[in-house]
Design a protein around this ligand. Structure first.
Ligand SMILES: NC(=O)c1ccc[n+]([C@@H]2O[C@H](COP(=O)([O-])OP(=O)(O)OC[C@H]3O[C@@H](n4cnc5c(N)ncnc54)[C@H](OP(=O)(O)O)[C@@H]3O)[C@@H](O)[C@H]2O)c1
Length: 216
């Protein structure tokens, strides 16, 4: 059994927690205000879940999800995440996050910045172009003709393979859009982000389309 640490107990963190528990994972989940504020959530999630501090969730997790917006000043537990695969669900939203000039100028993706903030972790972009409540609703068994796909981006092939495995467990096919420098292709505003329901072929086409649009 794999323990999934989850930093961020908002929409994405809680929906990934639910899907993970259904698939046999144990979940250790954290928010910014402390584990005592997560009593109701943990009661709802059941015996496979417990609350911790961010560092506690990072330390407990065999793999850790960071479902928290990226901040200029790094607020993640870097040392506790060292050596771990870290799923980054962040979408860069100027209205919420403010301007990161290096992203606005196209010099770095938001996930490359996360990788820089977590230099000893293996960051992988995941679950970014599906509304969180759909994660548990839209999964289908492998081979279903209408099965949807989600993208993944990382500089680490083993992190891509973990996410591919997790997506498959949750009922989704995978399109690998690595490395992190290419992850802008599924960022907010891009075709793959705007079209939420996509088969593997449609998602791959939309990822290509982003590059074509960038040239126009
Ligand atoms: N919502 C979606 O459908 C969706 C889909 C795809 C991707 N995303 C992206 O995924 C990320 C999370 O989105 P969300 O909708 O889940 O956000 P949210 O509902 O606002 O939840 C954010 C969570 O992060 C926690 N948090 C913030 N700073 C923290 C810190 N320093 N340490 C520990 N926990 C911290 C918050 O805790 P407190 O409440 O205690 O502050 C809260 O539990 C965002 O970047 C978003 O763009 C969202």
């Amino acid at each position: 059994m794999t323990i999934l640490g989850i930093i961020g107990a908002g929409e994405v963190g809680t929906h990934i927690a639910r899907a993970a528990i259904v698939n046999g994972y144990t979940v250790v989940i954290a928010n910014s205000r402390g584990p005592e504020t997560l009593t109701d959530l943990v009661a709802e999630l059941g015996p496979s879940a417990r609350a911790a501090t961010s560092a506690g969730a990072a330390e407990a997790g065999d793999v850790v999800v960071v479902a928290v917006p990226l901040k200029m000043i790094n607020d993640m537990p870097v040392e506790s995440l060292a050596g771990k695969i870290v799923l980054d669900t962040n979408n860069y939203m100027i209205w919420r996050d403010g301007h990161f000039p290096i992203i606005d100028e196209g010099k770095k993706t938001v996930h490359e910045l996360r990788q820089e903030q977590l230099p000893t972790s293996r960051v992988v972009k995941a679950f970014t172009h599906i509304q969180a409540p759909r994660i548990s609703l839209w999964g289908q068994p492998a081979g279903s003709p209408e099965r949807l796909a989600l993208s993944v981006s990382s500089n680490f092939p083993e992190a891509v393979e973990f996410v591919r495995f997790l997506y498959d467990q949750f009922g989704y096919d995978t399109v690998d859009n690595s490395p992190l420098s290419e992850s802008w292709r599924t960022a907010p505003g891009q075709p793959a982000w705007r079209q939420e329901r996509q088969t593997q072929a449609e998602l791959a086409a939309n990822i290509q389309r982003a590059a074509i649009q960038a040239l126009c």
